[in-house]
Design a binder for this molecule. Structure first.
Ligand SMILES: Nc1ncnc2c1ncn2[C@@H]1O[C@H](COP(=O)(O)OP(=O)(O)OP(=O)(O)O)[C@@H](O)[C@H]1O
Length: 275
């Protein structure tokens, strides 16, 4: 039994790309739950369907069959206004901190954009934006600057702040640290853990790196060729020999490299010391 109350539930979700006449099924009846306040890792080799499941939850790809519920409400086929309203509860942080922020907009405008449909006043909006910047440890003075003035790690903090402004209950993190160096990865992961501790937000954390996922998630789900093949806590999936897919992923992952592992541990330790 999970210690978390159910929040998101995907049941037998099927997604097909291609045409009606020639469909290419990439998710085969995938079922997964994310509890309220839980972090669930979604790992698997490239092309296994991780991002597609995230997109199906966000309504970015149509679900051919199956059901997705959020807090008991069926959100499988929401569109238009109802889908936009759901953005208050479900947000996303993408992998690419360079491509995901509009280079023509100031940080203040980027962060207040999600509030534009909510009816909050300009003044309230600015105050929420400052609060979120503080949460991700960026000074309020960044408000008038542009994305190209920031490093990859800082941009990812800005993307996280943007995801937070509407105080969502679930954030889909799609490879949020893959484009960052090891030390920056560690600081961004630490931030995500801290935010979860402070706000109780849930994460579906998509990654190909089982080492990263194991270090921050309560449970890990493993995908293989469009199927969800294993699920368990980090220790179970990486140590229990019955979890053969996870063992294989771990062996193929950079975290199996002892030099990289040592570097990662060093980065984490340095962070803990400096905190
Ligand atoms: N827009 C699309 N049109 C057609 N096929 C797609 C599309 N997006 C993804 N696919 C295919 O769907 C399958 C699953 O892709 P998906 O991006 O979900 O995998 P992934 O596990 O997230 O991979 P990666 O780790 O490389 O991002 C792959 O075979 C991919 O080629």
């Amino acid at each position: 039994m999970s210690e978390f109350a159910p929040l998101l539930r995907a049941e037998n979700v099927v997604v097909e790309y291609g045409s009606k006449r020639k469909p290419n099924r990439v998710l085969h009846e995938v079922s997964l739950e994310v509890g309220d306040g839980e972090c669930v890792g979604l790992v698997g080799e490239s092309g296994s369907g991780k991002s597609t499941l995230g997109k199906a939850i966000l309504g970015l790809v149509p679900v051919a069959s199956g059901k997705i519920t959020f807090d008991g409400r069926d959100i499988t086929h929401l569109s238009g206004r109802a889908r936009r309203d759901l953005a208050a509860d479900i947000q996303v942080v993408f992998q690419d901190p360079y491509g995901s922020l509009n280079p023509m907009m100031t940080i203040g405008d980027i962060l207040s954009e999600p509030l534009s449909t909510t009816g909050v006043s300009h003044r309230e909006g600015r105050s929420i934006v400052s609060e979120m910047l503080e949460r991700v440890s960026l000074p309020a003075s960044v408000i008038d600057r542009y994305p190209n003035e920031f490093s990859g790690g800082q941009r990812q903090r800005i993307a996280i702040a943007r995801a937070l402004v509407r105080k969502p209950r679930l954030i889909i993190c799609d490879e949020p640290v893959s484009a960052l160096d090891l030390t920056t990865q560690a600081t961004v992961l630490e931030l995500l853990i801290e935010l979860q501790r402070d706000t109780g937000v849930s994460y579906l954390f998509v990654s190909h790196d089982l080492g990263v996922v194991r270090s921050i998630c309560h449970r890990v789900a493993v995908m293989y060729r469009g199927n969800l093949v294993e699920i368990g806590d980090g220790d179970q999936v990486t140590r229990d020999p019955q979890h053969a897919y996870s063992q294989r992923l771990l062996a193929a992952s950079p975290v199996a490299d002892p030099v990289l592992q040592a570097k990662r541990r060093e980065a984490w330790l340095a962070l803990r010391v400096s905190a």
